[in-house]
Design a binder for this molecule. Sequence first.
Ligand code: SF4
Ligand code: ZN
Ligand code: ZN
Length: 311
Amino acid sequence: MMESCNKCNRNPSVYFREYSGEILCKRCFLNSIERKVQRTINKFSMIKFGDHVAVATSGGKDSLVLLSILKSTIDASKGITVSAITIDEGISGYRDESLRIVSAFCSDLGVPLTVLSYEELFGTHMDEAMKLRPSEKLTSCSICGTFRRRAIDLAAEQIGSNVIATAHNLDDEVQTFMINLFSGDVNRIGWNQSSSIYKAGDMKKIKPLSETYEREIVFYALQKGIPFQSEQCPYTNESIREEIRQFLNDLEKAHPGIKYNTYKSTIDISAFIRKRGDLSIIRRACEKCGRDSTEQICSVCKIQEKFKPVG
Ligand code: SF4
Ligand SMILES: [Zn+2]
Ligand SMILES: [Zn+2]
């Protein structure tokens, strides 16, 4: 016979949470994830009365779960506005499917959606950039990631929001920490794990899923019937991230809870690195576009330069 939930002692269980020993029914599992995200939001004072939160929504499971939780747990009655922004990179096949999913999901939730494309913002799109890039050393994800960060900022500014929420989960955060660790760039660890929340000018950037396991987000999406895109990007080249993901999943299987412990360590280590105090980088206006930059010319303008015709 199916064991009953050890939280409500009533409903049949659907989920065994190995790291805590909990056996949960659907309702208690969904509640536990929503409460966890709320706790993360409160712990870091991510959202306050009067905020307009722009949720970067790609169409993957994480961003749709984040949008759904934010919409259902913080709403207009609390003086908070939730909007969705989606960036169209111009990857045919891949992005077309997710745009359909996001658009239908947002209209079901009653969340306004703004879509901006690389083409309109930067004069090129990923399919073209991959053909025109001067060398394979300029990887797809470095072009795309640089453009996406700027595009999300621009979209959030366009709709007048003051908070950008991205759907990085606990697994993403630990993987990024390890990638930086293996690259030998200690300062990057200090910056990157700034982590669940940081201020960039007038814009606050938050990661409300940063303490939630990826596996539990997938299960939440499945239990809630949230339709998410499963198609892989044809240009993905994050092989190290994939290897680290597999390594961490294997570790977690053998030692439940180890990912969360590692996550806690990453927070402490990065705080320690920041406290060392030599991370100061000079911020200035980019000489080309005028936006905030750490160098004379910002990374977006540098990449755009590479696609300009010579002469
Ligand atoms: S995998 Fe790389 S190229 Fe594809 S959407 Fe993500 S960042 Fe862009
Ligand atoms: Zn229950
Ligand atoms: Zn610039």
